[in-house]
Design a protein around this ligand. Structure first.
Ligand code: ACO
Length: 326
């Protein structure tokens, strides 16, 4: 059976650190509130000139280096992002050009924080059906550019960064075992960026009304996130006929430590089987899982044949999971 195997991981975080203490000076918040409600201590923020595509290109180069795959070998590049450099061309095409991945078909997909898991699923299907042999999947975000630093309900949560994986189609038992995706557009108003698109194009009024910033109903999202993430990890477990205890490492979307802990508890996973780096980077949307995967990989937390469970939840609403035999 042909499977998509992850043969390289890479990540890239901007240098500038924004701490909770710095945010205390910008909005009415405290380090204590942010830490206890979310688990976040600091996040990274892009400098002028850095964009989603530049972060993505750096992460991709690191993943390609680890994989020993040259950009010219790539057949397909899929980029999950809600903060593209511009509406078009896609970040995928910008990354393709920057890498010199001449033969790769490249495109973006918009699935909020689930962008990486959605991208992994799309690339996996192309590889499994034999159409392509080598894929680059990236999650990349420049969220600080759509973050309202007057809104304490969102600005303390979000950060910038990028993560990438290289997939190759191979016969064998290792690789992506299954992916499970869901969407529910009826919750579109819980997390969205009202301005800047074709419905509310930029005007002086739209800017004065701060419509170009992300809006979120965090409290409602929290409850839906816990339920949806629970359902989609149990779906992966049932589909593959495994037990909770078979999972070696959960690599969850890093939106809120309390959400991560709720899912870990549901699966009876001890702390050492759950990868957490939200304290350093906050919520980097579609970049959070590939950044965490890369950090876990480089820290030696993943051994050959380990079973990894990835889960994500985000704007749309969208949610999904992937089960991977390393
Ligand atoms: N500092 C201090 N107080 C704050 C802050 C802050 N930064 N933000 C909100 N508060 C206040 C609120 O105003 C409220 O005050 P009130 O009781 O006087 O009205 C109080 O704290 C409680 O607010 P809640 O929103 O109920 O707090 P909650 O415990 O739900 O935590 C949070 C908020 C962290 C946003 C949480 O709801 C959450 O993580 N939600 C899920 C987010 C998520 O998963 N989003 C989807 C993915 S993100 C993406 O796709 C980009």
């Amino acid at each position: 059976m042909i499977r998509s195997r992850i043969v390289g991981t890479g990540s890239y975080l901007p240098e500038k650190v924004l701490t909770n203490e710095e945010l205390e000076k910008i909005v009415d918040t405290t380090d204590e509130w942010i830490l206890t409600r979310t688990g976040i201590r600091e996040r990274r923020i892009t400098a002028n000139g850095e964009a989603s595509s530049t972060l993505a290109t750096n992460a991709a180069r690191r993943a390609l280096d680890m994989a020993g795959v040259s950009p010219e070998e790539l057949d397909i590049i899929v980029v999950g992002t809600v903060t593209p450099d511009m509406f078009f061309p896609s970040v995928g095409c910008l990354v393709q050009d920057a890498l010199g991945a001449k033969k790769a078909v490249a495109f973006d997909l918009s699935a909020g924080c689930s962008g990486f898991v959605y991208g992994l699923s799309v690339a996996d299907n192309f590889l499994k059906n034999g159409q392509y042999k080598k894929a680059l999947v990236v999650g990349t975000e420049n969220l600080s550019k759509v973050t309202d630093y007057q809104d304490r309900g969102t600005c303390v949560l979000l950060g910038d960064g990028s993560g990438a994986v290289v997939l190759v189609a191979e016969e064998g038992h290792q690789g992506i075992l299954s992916t499970h995706l869901h969407s529910d557009g009826s919750y579109k108003d819980l997390l969205f960026q009202p301005g800047g698109g074709s419905r509310v194009p930029p005007t002086y009024e739209s800017i004065d009304e701060r419509l170009h910033y992300l809006k979120m109903d965090g409290n409602k999202l929290f409850k839906i996130a816990v339920k949806s993430l629970e359902d989609v990890v149990l779906e992966a477990i049932a589909h593959n006929n495994i037990k909770d205890s078979d999972i070696d490492l959960l690599i969850p979307h890093q939106a809120n430590l309390r959400i991560i802990q709720a899912i870990a508890k549901r699966l009876n996973l001890p702390e050492e089987k759950v990868f957490v780096n939200i304290h350093k980077y906050g919520n980097t949307s579609s970049a959070s899982i590939p950044i965490a995967l890369d950090e876990a990989n480089r820290a030696g937390r993943i051994q050959e044949d380990n079973l990894l469970l990835l889960n994500a939840f985000g704007a749309g609403l969208t949610w999904g999971s992937a089960l991977v035999r390393w």
